[in-house]
Ligand binder design. Structure first.
Ligand code: PGA
Length: 258
């Protein structure tokens, strides 16, 4: 992390877990464990039916609420979809786009992720844009080229000011939910590469202001080492965000790290 230029963002991704009826208890347990300082942003990205209750449960805390996906459409006959303005109206501050699970199970492309990113920015919601390679792509030596393509594709047409409002999450697909974390060196190498792609596409100021997270089996034990890397400005945390104690350890690691 480089706190001189960027405030770290620790975001939990609950995926399709937890229930609305459990959110208050979760927050009651988490609240006293959170640091008093404002050294980092804390976000919980929850399933759509939990958003309203979570916004209420997080009132008066430093935890912002995020969604996990958004529609590319503004409104109308799109059964099952949720628009950016609906999220905004609820008080949602962040939204994950292009998570590898959506890319794999719902055929999401960089083009679609780019369109969703634009909708979120228009609504004043911070997109958390996920990029990452599969194990096969890594083994074939394609990681850096693939990441460049994903970053270029998902940021296509955004102004430098808009990019500075985005969070980019590097999530190697082989590390997600597998317990197999990237080493700090591997994670740093790719996050540094993402920053260099942003620098080439925009400028040095934009590159050094953009928050780049690591995600993939980040947990209470390995968080401090990953967050100490100069280009890793936070984490996107799945499994470990379901347990208040584990999540709070990661948040505290980010807040303390200089
Ligand atoms: P994980 O998930 O921490 O459970 O690996 C991360 C993610 O998918 O965002």
């Amino acid at each position: 992390m480089n706190k001189k230029y960027r405030k770290p963002v620790i975001a939990g991704n609950w995926k399709m877990n937890m229930l609305h009826s459990g959110t208050k208890d979760f927050m009651d347990e988490l609240k006293p464990l959170l640091p008093k300082t404002r050294g980092c942003e804390v976000v919980l990205c929850v399933p759509s039916p939990l958003l309203y209750g979570m916004v209420k449960a997080c009132r008066g805390t430093k935890v912002a609420v995020g969604a996990q996906d958004v529609s590319v459409h503004d409104k109308g006959a799109y059964t099952g979809e949720v628009s950016a303005s609906m999220l905004k109206d609820l008080g949602v501050k962040y939204c994950i786009v292009g998570h590898s699970e959506r890319r794999a199970y719902h055929g999401e492309t960089d083009e679609l992720v780019n369109a969703k990113t634009k909708k979120l920015l228009e609504a004043g919601i911070t997109p958390i844009i996920c990029v990452g390679e599969t194990l096969e792509e890594r083994e074939r030596g394609l990681t850096m080229d693939l990441i460049s393509l994903q970053v270029r594709g998902t940021l296509c047409g955004l102004t430098d000011a808009e990019v500075r409002r985005c969070v980019i999450a590097y999530e190697p697909v082989w590390a997600i939910g597998t317990g197999k974390t990237a080493t700090a060196e591997q994670a740093q190498e790719v996050c540094e590469h993402i920053r260099s792609v942003v620098r080439k596409l925009y400028d040095a100021k934009t590159a050094r202001s953009t928050v780049i997270q690591y995600g993939g089996s980040m947990n209470a034990k390995n968080a401090a080492e990953l967050l100490a890397c100069p280009d890793i400005d936070g984490g996107l945390i799945g499994g470990a965000s379901l347990k208040p104690v584990d999540f709070s350890v990661i948040v505290n690691a980010a807040c303390e790290e200089e």
